[in-house]
Design a protein around this ligand. Sequence first.
Ligand SMILES: [Zn+2]
Length: 159
Amino acid sequence: MPAGEELARRLAAEVPDPELPFLTLGDLGILRRVEVSLAGTVRVVLTPTYSGCPAISHMADQVRRTLMDAGFPAVQVDTELSPAWSTDRLGPGARAKLEAMDIAPPPPPAAAAIALTLKCPNCGSLHTRELSHFGSTACKSLWRCLECGEPFEHFKALR
Ligand SMILES: [Zn+2]
């Protein structure tokens, strides 16, 4: 492994997601690969959570700036849409952080295929309905609980 690859991977993994700043690109599994060439050029490959996610160019800028500030002479950030990001890439830490922020996390991989409804993060009811496919950002959808009336945001994922 070329010198610095471990450091470059760690720094890139710690970059916060611009829309969910309490999660890092590492938590979300958005960071796919980090390679450092013998000349010291870092190539970072990102897979956005959602192919239309406008935040990806902002993430790429953040990764580039972080690595260049750490002394890497050149940084190239590429995105790879295939194979697509899926909820399988979320770490257990990411799920706990999403729940703690009252954003309904995507169901665990095994449950994703059968989940037709989302659990209300406020009262736990499954009697919920999608109000809008786009919430405060294009990466989230807006739901409302029919039991307690609380609106909540769902972190949208490809299924
Ligand atoms: Zn509720």
